[in-house]
Every structure is written in C-alpha cells, then in structure tokens.
Ligand binder design. Structure first.
Ligand SMILES: NC(=O)c1ccc[n+]([C@@H]2O[C@H](COP(=O)([O-])OP(=O)(O)OC[C@H]3O[C@@H](n4cnc5c(N)ncnc54)[C@H](OP(=O)(O)O)[C@@H]3O)[C@@H](O)[C@H]2O)c1
Length: 283
C-alpha cells in the first residue's frame, strides 16, 4: 500500500487564505505588514527564491520591499542597510537571502538584524528561545514541518523521531521542536555510525542532508512518516529531494513530495512570521 502524501502545497494554500484574512483585518486597523528582502549578487537560485517570496507576499497583501545589491557590496554597506531597515517602521520583517558573497561574513550580518524583525529566526537570540521552548518566531522550515505534521493529525508524543542533518536552519531546530512535542529524538550527521539502523528505528524520519535520493527504502521502517526537506537540482534541471520517493513511498505511511512538500510550507511560515512581527510592533 502506498503512503499518504503530505501535500504542502495544498496545506499552505489553506494557511495562506487565513493569513490573507488576517492581513486584511490589520490593514483595516491601519497596520500594513511589510517584509524587506535583501539579495546581494546574482546567484540565479537565490533570485528565484527572492521572487517567490515577493510573489507570496503580494498574494496575501503583505508589502514587500526588495533590495537587490551588486556582488561587490561591502559588509559595511550591507550592515548599514540592515540598520536602516531595523529603524524603518513600515518594515516588520528583514530577510537577508543566503548565501552571501564570500567576502561578507554572513554571521556578522545576521547578528545585526533586530531580533524583533528576524522573521527567519536565524539570530542567536531567537535560536536560544527555540532551544528553551519560549519563542515567538520559529525558523520557517522547521515551523513548516511541524504544521504539516500537526495538520495531518500525526501524533508525536513518545514517538521515535530521527533527524538526519544538524544544520542551524533545519536539523537542530526541528529536533528541538520534536522534543518539545514530547518525541524521543535522535540527530544524525555525516559522522554518525550505523545510520541505516538508526533511521530504521524512526516512527518519524526527517531528512535534511542535501544529497539527491540519499535515503532509500532500506533506511525506512514499515509505516514510518517521512519528511523530505532536501531541494536538489539535477543535471536535467529537475528538482528532487533527499529521499528516493518511489521506493520509500511504498513503505512509509506518510511522505512529503519534492517539490510540493516542505518548500511551500517554508514560505508560508515566513509570511506568518512577518504578520506576527507586525502585530508585535503594536504592543
Ligand atoms: N524545503 C525547504 O524550504 C528547505 C529549507 C532549507 C534547506 N533545504 C534543503 O535541505 C537540505 C539540507 O539543508 P541544510 O541547510 O540543512 O544543509 P547543510 O547545512 O548542508 O547540512 C547538511 C547536513 O547533512 C549532514 N550530512 C551530510 N552528509 C551526510 C551523510 N552521508 N550522512 C549523514 N548526514 C550527512 C551534514 O552533516 P555534518 O554536520 O556532519 O557535515 C549536515 O549536518 C538541502 O537540500 C537544502 O537545499 C530546504
């Protein structure tokens, strides 16, 4: 029997409908949520991501401010722009698209974004809050995964969850959120021994590795929930995940497709964070 598809595209449309209603209500009360997106250089993939975010903002009525800076922009110039946006009352969220050119220290730049406008939740202050479970912003991809699980009625209490990948933007925070949901969590990485055996224990397997079709059916227990975070562009231009969808979907109970799974949820959570930030600016 095949797995049930966790349709991130459909679920995110439902959420965006509610978010649009929220934006309409805020605008009627004189508050127009705004997101500033900053892109440095000409990376084509980043350009696509920025355009998608801009389009998603427009669709639900969030104002978007786009800053496309030349590749040679200095770290100081970029920080100056961030500081200006920090003070701008019409901007409620600031997103600096990664990766930045090599001559700019991304950590330095992200540290300068006001934690109140840090809608990506990459600032150490917000990361720390996620760690202790007392947060207002959640990083968008982990938040999107949790929404998918919750809205699909997947109960996490006492479940064995395995996260493959320990990045600051996906692996570590999703592990924390699963833990806060009372799951038992194991985090794996490139130095993990017996990866296959550990993955086969998982009731819920989250894969964020960045390697096409890395996880096949041998890594998956019968009936597991499999969340594929990976976005890999193949030579033929097609996008594929970190999970071998065809074989794993035969074994799993639920699975996210790529594209159309975690990706759309990530952008939706960015919209949600921007609206939340606008509301918080009033308090
Ligand atoms: N859907 C979305 O919205 C979304 C958002 C963000 C990222 N992504 C995608 O998700 C993927 C992961 O992103 P990321 O930023 O988390 O990547 P990352 O920073 O490159 O981290 C990859 C992680 O995978 C681990 N890893 C690499 N090879 C491994 C192996 N052979 N066995 C076990 N673990 C291994 C690495 O371990 P070490 O720490 O030991 O090196 C690292 O922790 C990428 O494809 C990215 O494009 C998607």
């Amino acid at each position: 029997m095949g797995a049930i598809i966790l349709n991130g595209k459909e679920i995110s449309q439902e959420i965006r409908k509610d978010l649009k209603a929220k934006v309409d209500e805020l605008k009627q009360n004189g508050l127009h949520p705004g997101l500033a997106v900053v892109l440095v250089g000409n990376d084509p993939a980043s350009r696509i991501y920025v355009n998608n975010k801009k389009k998603a903002c427009e669709e639900i009525g969030i104002r978007s401010f786009e800053y496309i800076l030349p590749e040679k922009t200095t770290e100081e110039e970029l920080i100056q722009l961030v500081e200006t946006l920090n003070k701008d009352n019409s901007v409620h969220g600031i997103l600096v698209q990664l990766p930045l050119p090599k001559h700019i220290d991304a950590e330095n730049v992200l540290l300068r974004i006001s934690p109140d406008k840090d809608v990506d939740s990459f600032h150490p202050f917000n990361m720390g809050r996620v760690m202790i479970g007392d947060y207002y912003f959640l990083p968008c991809t982990p938040a999107g995964i949790m929404e998918l699980l919750i809205r699909s009625g997947i109960n996490l209490v006492g479940k064995e969850c395995v996260v493959v990948g320990r990045s600051n933007i996906v692996g570590k925070p999703i592990a924390m959120l699963l833990l806060h949901s009372n799951a038992t969590v194991t985090i794996c990485h490139s130095k993990t021994r017996n990866l296959k055996e550990i993955c086969r224990r998982a009731d819920v397997l989250v894969v964020a590795v960045g390697k096409p079709k890395f996880i096949n059916a041998d890594y998956v227990k019968d009936g597991a929930v499999v969340i594929d975070v990976g976005i890999n562009r193949l030579e033929d231009g097609k996008i594929c995940g970190d999970v071998d969808f065809d074989s794993v979907s035969e074994k799993a109970s639920y699975i996210t497709p790529v594209p159309g799974g975690v990706g759309p949820m990530t952008i939706t959570m960015l919209l949600k964070n921007t609206i939340m930030s606008a509301e918080l600016s009033r308090q």
